[in-house]
Design a protein around this ligand. Structure first.
Ligand SMILES: Nc1nc2c(c(=O)[nH]1)N[C@H]1C(S)=C(S)[C@@H](COP(=O)(O)OP(=O)(O)OC[C@H]3O[C@@H](n4cnc5c(=O)[nH]c(N)nc54)[C@H](O)[C@@H]3O)O[C@H]1N2
Ligand SMILES: Nc1nc2c(c(=O)[nH]1)N[C@H]1C(S)=C(S)[C@@H](COP(=O)(O)OP(=O)(O)OC[C@H]3O[C@@H](n4cnc5c(=O)[nH]c(N)nc54)[C@H](O)[C@@H]3O)O[C@H]1N2
Ligand code: SF4
Ligand SMILES: [Mo]
Length: 722
């Protein structure tokens, strides 16, 4: 029996694992997967998803060789396995052909969430996309954290300069629109968040949760307030207004680099707690008390996540959250919101960031941000013909690590659009609701078969840490790593005379990672002595990972704004306040409408871990949670099937009556809807559920950032009479 140590790459918590296994005649047998008590960061914690690494490895549905679509004799579509070189040649040929006939922009790209959980993809997919030369790049970022990036860019000068809550040292953790007990934390890598949260309370601190649902996190907090979905901006503006009105502003150390304080005070003057109360449903006295408590705490962190990001005022919400931390002296201070000093810094050298509005989406005229267009616009870009031959519709798609049919708004529309493409290729390990539309699927080695360094999540962690994982299982000669796939395609796209016999072999990402470590803040080649300094070799000698200490204050030096100062009220946010004012007079709800929000469950991972029996067994989790008062009014019984309708679609699912829901709000998980035909997901199909994104609306988005507004979708709910 052998033992292997690695970091789990399934979610942002990057827990250390101890895996025991043995090699036998029938291949590798994984005996156990447990938390690694010697990992200084995760301290032995794991969640039930970790065992999925075994299930994915063993899953008979997981693809291992390229699949090509063909038309069978009976006229139906079918798939055949082909060789890798053949697949690379054919895919690259088709992409080149399409590009030379219509221009590069007719090729669309969608990169999904695991792109940031795989260092091979993270390092090589951008080079491939650049070689395609298209502007039509989309990703899961615009159904998730675009507002975080936008606010970070505007305030601190770079979209990736994201502050994280220093929860191990805080006395007051205000959580708005996040449920870390279920999600294990996001834009806050904090393994074992439950014990870290408990520790705050044990040392006399407070945890307050603002959420339309009494979540698993809310029940562990000192205080929970329901909030009407999509209205957080009023709460946050009122907190800023009240901080000024009560003289609670303490800029502290950052006062000298912070400007436009008076403009901010004037801009928020009319957003009082009373105004906020009428919009949010939170009593004004509670807003005042919350603001006083937050400002009065020695060390406080106001943290917002998906719930405040995927809404109509997501950009303003994230801006306001940063502003509240700044005004109360909690930005860049221990126990507040801090920046990491990662071992490998992905931000690059300080230079003005200009990747915004360099071009716009053709049909919807939305500005580019970080080299991407909002994914809410993708279906329209495929479906809308253009008279302009230079600006054709998207005719081909490349997807990688993504399942946008289930994860982006109006999934049915996107599904229809994907069906109208001339060509599609997916880099993915499953034949699922999205990749079934492809002509070729290229499945990389994954999980236990790969080496891994968490470039993204070490950079967003609540402590500075570093850890490198080597493959546990040899992928075998028939498989390819993700970086081999992207590099093989890039080489072919870049050169007209590509010849595999003479072409260079793709470079193993370990080389780049080693360089990043060696020349990084703790690197061997960066003034840190050999032995003490980091390199891939040092990390190999420390298989449980290395703790590099608590987060350090680093402003103003770290600021990447051109002025090296923080403008509290950038023009973009100031202008967007007009939208907030206009919405004040719009009705909260019309007639019988309820507002739909999403939820995560500890045993789900977006859309893609439903093919493991261990994670889907038990009671059906794909239910519509409804408050008991609403259920009574609508004549809905516990477990009864209900029909939910929105502007874009309808779904039918069982009701779950619970007073954990705010009255007027209903809730569904996302990532279900596996009833769609043509997939190879034997287990998931038996636990199909329905997709919330057949209800979410591609026309609802945050005008400022282009992020989808998935929260607070107006729906009607009706009992299905059987
Ligand atoms: N209504 C609603 N919708 C939401 C959300 C919500 O809260 N509510 N959340 C949004 C958020 S935050 C996100 S991030 C998105 C996620 O949206 P997506 O990223 O589009 O969806 P996932 O379900 O994460 O899909 C992951 C895909 O990657 C594949 N995969 C897994 N491992 C690998 C690998 O190693 N290599 C490759 N190449 N592929 C792999 C899986 O098979 C799957 O197809 O969903 C968003 N959609
Ligand atoms: N188990 C599990 N873990 C995951 C994932 C998963 O699918 N399953 N997905 C991963 C991904 S991709 C991400 S991005 C992270 C997300 O991590 P989190 O942000 O912690 O994710 P959620 O659990 O969706 O929490 C969002 C909360 O916002 C609330 N909410 C909805 N609308 C509003 C609103 O208008 N205002 C306020 N104040 N709250 C609102 C919801 O009720 C919910 O409790 O989780 C990651 N971890
Ligand atoms: S919390 Fe996340 S990183 Fe930790 S074991 Fe679970 S899925 Fe893996
Ligand atoms: Mo996400």
């Amino acid at each position: 029996m052998k033992t292997h140590y690695r970091a789990c790459n399934l979610c942002e918590a990057i827990c250390g694992l101890v895996i025991t296994y043995r090699h036998g005649a029938a291949g590798t047998e994984i005996i156990s997967i447990k938390g690694d008590p010697d990992d200084p960061f995760s301290r032995g914690h794991i969640c039930p998803k970790a065992v999925a690494l075994k299930d994915i490895y063993e899953d008979p549905n997981r693809l291992k060789r390229p699949l090509k679509r063909f038309i069978a004799e009976d006229g139906t579509d079918d798939w055949q396995e082909i060789g890798w070189e053949e697949a690379f040649d054919e895919v690259a040929d088709r992409l080149r052909q399409i590009r030379s006939s219509y221009g590069a922009n007719v090729i669309g790209v969608y990169a999904g969430n695991p792109s940031v959980h795989n260092s091979g993809t993270f390092l090589t997919a951008p080079g491939f996309i650049k070689a395609l030369g298209t502007r039509n790049v989309f990703s899961a970022s615009s159904v998730d954290q675009f507002p975080h990036h936008f606010a970070a860019w505007q305030l601190f000068g770079h979209p990736l300069l994201l502050p994280v809550p220093d929860i191990d040292r805080t006395d007051f953790w205000l959580i708005i629109g996040g449920n870390p007990i279920a999600s294990n934390g996001s834009i806050m890598t904090a393994p074992d968040v439950a014990n870290r949260l408990k520790a705050i309370r044990q040392r006399g601190g407070r945890v307050v949760v603002i959420d339309p649902r009494r979540t698993e996190t809310a029940t562990r907090a000192d205080q929970h307030q329901f909030i009407r979905p999509g209205t957080d901006v009023y709460l946050l503006l009122a907190m800023i207004q009240f901080l000024f009105a009560e003289g609670l502003v303490r800029l502290g150390r950052l006062a000298t680099v912070t400007h436009e304080v008076d403009s901010l005070r004037a801009a928020v003057a009319d957003f009082t707690p009373d105004v906020a109360a009428s919009m949010t449903g939170i009593p004004a006295d509670i807003i005042r008390q919350l603001t006083r408590d937050f400002a009065g705490a020695d060390r406080a962190a106001c943290y917002g996540r998906v719930g405040v990001s995927v809404q109509t005022f997501g950009g303003l919400c994230l801006w306001a959250i940063n502003v509240i931390n700044l005004l109360t002296g909690n930005l860049d201070e221990p126990g507040g919101m801090m920046f990491t000093t990662p071992a490998i810094d992905v931000l690059g050298p300080a230079k003005p960031y200009r990747r915004y509005d360099r071009y716009r989406s053709r049909v919807t005229n939305r500005p580019e941000f970080m080299g991407e267009l909002p994914v809410s616009c993708l279906a329209a870009e495929i479906l809308t013909e253009s008279a302009d031959p230079d600006w054709s519709r998207i005719r081909a798609m490349v997807t990688s690590c993504g399942n946008p049919v289930l994860s982006t708004p109006n999934g049915c529309q996107l599904e229809e659009a994907l069906g109208q493409l001339d060509f599609m290729v997916s880099v993915d390990i499953y034949l699922n609701e999205t990749t079934r539309h492809a002509d070729y699927i290229l499945p990389p080695a994954t999980g236990l078969e790969t080496a891994h360094y968490d470039l993204t999540f070490h950079a967003l962690a609540i402590r500075n840490t570093s850890r490198y994982s080597v493959p546990m299982i040899d992928k075998g000669p028939d498989a390819r790593y993700d970086w081999e796939i992207f590099e093989a395609l890039r080489f072919r796209l870049e050169s007209d005379t590509y010849d595999p016999a003479t072409a260079p072999a793709p470079q193993d990402p370990a080389v780049q990672l080693d360089k990043g470590l060696r020349y990084g803040s703790y690197g061997m080649n960066n003034g840190n002595p050999a032995g003490g300094g980091l390199s891939v070799q040092t990390l190999l000698e420390h298989p449980h990972g290395i703790d590099l200490g608590p987060l350090q204050s680093q402003l103003p030096d770290r600021l990447m704004t051109e002025t090296k100062r923080i403008n509290l009220l950038p023009v973009s946010f100031q202008q967007d306040l007009h939208r907030v004012r206009a919405a004040l007079t719009a009705p909260n709800r019309v007639g019988d409408e309820l507002l739909l929000i999403s939820r995560r469950h500890l045993r789900d991972n977006n859309s893609w871990l439903h093919n493991t029996h261990r994670l889907v067994k038990g009671p059906n989790r794909c239910t519509l949670q409804v408050n008991s008062g609403d259920a009574r009014r609508l004549g809905i019984g516990q477990g009864q099937l209900v029909e939910v309708r929105s502007r874009v679609g309808r779904v039918v699912l069982p009701a779950e009556i619970t007073d954990d829901m705010m009255p007027g709000v209903v809730c569904m998980p996302h990532g279900y809807g596996h009833h769609r035909s043509g997939t190879r997901l034997d287990v998931a199909q038996k636990h199909a559920g329905v997709s919330i994104n057949d209800l979410t609306d591609e026309l609802r988005l945050d005008e400022l950032t282009g992020n989808a507004s998935l929260s607070g979708v107006p729906v009607t709910v009706q009992a299905v009479l059987t």
